[in-house]
Design a protein around this ligand. Structure first.
Ligand code: C5P
Length: 232
């Protein structure tokens, strides 16, 4: 599995995202399209960015009954995205259905990864709101194992969990890790962060980087710095 830097394009309009990508000229970073941009612009934004030659991680975090998720994944697969995701909390049956829906007639499909517990969920809110009394790290590892059992390719997780996920689910099981900051950068609202170089050392397969690139004075050199630290 090739290591790569995925740029979180958290913009709310086509104009903003395309003018951001125009700055990269010949370069074609792997792009993450999230709910904000997708709900604002619809499938056409995925097609347009894909047609410009970028790989796409469509981060819509599906969670519904298995049949609905299966059919929705079939639609997303036809958009020719390279990676997409769902909530492991939707059960193993839902994840298996998603994988079936995602698989194209020729047997190819995008990479499918699961969100375990959102990093915004605390131990306390998990216990109080969700009535899950286990330790957060045990829940995360259990959900990662369920994703593997269902046949998924990996999970989104904190860089701090990547090593444990690999130990539990195998080196081939992909870890996609947000929460990345430069050593001399602003951490913003992220609580537990790692530098691209540290993420490489602990074995992350892909890092997802948003504001350290999108809000940088020079986004292209910020992206190149990430690639240099993480990939090269
Ligand atoms: O700007 P920043 O680098 O913090 O962006 C990180 C990206 O990764 C955002 O799109 C955010 O929604 C996403 N993400 C995250 N933490 C998770 C899952 C996704 O920061 N646990």
């Amino acid at each position: 599995m090739g290591k790569d830097v995925i740029v979180a394009c958290d913009f709310s309009s086509k104009e903003q995202v395309l003018s951001f990508l125009d700055k990269f000229e010949g370069k074609k970073p792997f792009v993450k399209i999230g709910m904000e941009l997708y709900y604002a612009e619809g499938p056409s934004i995925v097609k347009e960015i894909k047609a410009r030659g970028h790989k796409i991680f469509l981060d819509l975090k599906l969670h519904d009954i298995p049949n609905t998720v299966k059919k929705s994944m079939a639609v997303l697969s036809r958009l020719d995205v390279d990676m997409t995701n769902l909530h492991a909390g939707g059960t193993v049956a839902m994840m298996k259905a998603a994988l079936e829906g995602l698989t194209r007639e020729d047997g190819t499909r995008p990479i499918l990864i699961a969100v375990t517990q959102l990093t915004s969920t605390s131990q306390e809110s998990m216990e109080t709101d969700l009535l899950i009394k286990e330790k957060m790290e045990d829940v995360v590892m259990h959900y990662a194992s369920n994703a593997k059992l269902a046949g998924l390719d990996g999970v989104v997780c904190s860089p701090l969990e990547a090593e444990a996920v690999h130990n539990r689910c195998g080196k081939e099981f992909i870890t996609v890790t947000p929460g990345v900051r430069f050593a001399d950068g602003d951490i913003g609202d992220q609580k537990r962060v790692m530098t691209p170089a540290e993420a490489k050392k602990i074995g992350s397969d892909y890092i997802v980087v948003g504001r350290p690139i999108t809000a940088a004075e020079d986004p292209v050199s910020a992206y190149e710095r990430c690639v240099l630290e993480f990939v090269d």
